[in-house]
Design a protein around this ligand. Structure first.
Ligand code: ZN
Length: 134
């Protein structure tokens, strides 16, 4: 794991949250993207080296809608930047962590991603992400 790539925050209304985070971070959102496979609308902010990803459900059955119904708005996941997502997934599986997807998925912001089950990580949803190299 190289560094924390971003922190994901679940929000009800992406536009309202975007306005708020623009004020909070004093920087404009640099990217909005829908990830259809995950049922989310995302918005990204950069603060120096770090990024914040806001996530809003795009439909009722979205994992984000379920998360908010259960826990309310707030920190949803922590994403770590990895050099090679395939070897990192193998390594973590070998250590007994439960992967939520066995094959990396196309995530937002031009990344391959894999999530770890929060039951095995003290309640924290962990995302691995690797920049897609052209
Ligand atoms: Zn993320």
């Amino acid at each position: 794991m190289k560094k924390i790539e971003h922190i994901g925050i679940a929000v009800k209304d992406l536009n309202l949250a975007c306005d708020l985070y623009e004020k909070l971070l004093n920087t404009p959102c640099y990217k909005k993207e829908e990830v259809i496979s995950e049922g989310v609308h995302t918005a990204f902010f950069k603060t120096g080296e770090n990024k914040i990803e806001l996530l809003a459900a795009s439909h009722e059955d979205s994992p984000i809608a379920k998360f908010i119904a259960k826990k309310g708005e707030g920190i949803h996941h922590i994403a770590f930047d990895v050099e090679d997502i395939y070897s990192e997934m193998e390594r973590l599986k070998g250590e007994g962590f439960v992967l939520l997807n066995e094959v990396p998925k196309q995530g937002a912001d031009h990344k391959l991603v894999c999530f770890l089950h929060p039951k095995g990580t003290n309640g924290v949803l962990v995302e691995l992400c690797q920049e897609i190299k052209e």
